[in-house]
Design a protein around this ligand. Sequence first.
Ligand code: AMP
Length: 110
Amino acid sequence: MTLFEKIIARQIPADIVYEDEFTLAFRDIHPQAPVHVLVVPKKALTQLDRAEEGDADLLGRCLLSANRVAALEGLTDFRLVINNGAGAGQSVFHLHLHVLGGRQLAWPPG
Ligand code: AMP
């Protein structure tokens, strides 16, 4: 069971900011911006490139949840990040979207 599955199952505490039938959103424990929230699908999917046709609705739900989180946090400008694979910085192998905002975000990202 991954860390995020344990958070979804309420076995590990998290600062939850939004939840619906398909997704859970909680604050990142090491925030990289004033707002740094992780959106995870409740269905375990290790990483984005493992998604299949049948996951299309779930992926859309994740984006809509990110929008909801941004609105709840009062953000009109924000960035979504998905790290796919260890070489891209993925450390927890349960798909998650980073919702970042609350400061000027540099481009290109590092
Ligand atoms: P990634 O590196 O893209 O896999 O993102 C994993 C994120 O999970 C990192 O930004 C971590 O800071 C965050 N994280 C790790 N443990 C926890 C936790 N217990 N609660 C909330 N966020 C966590």
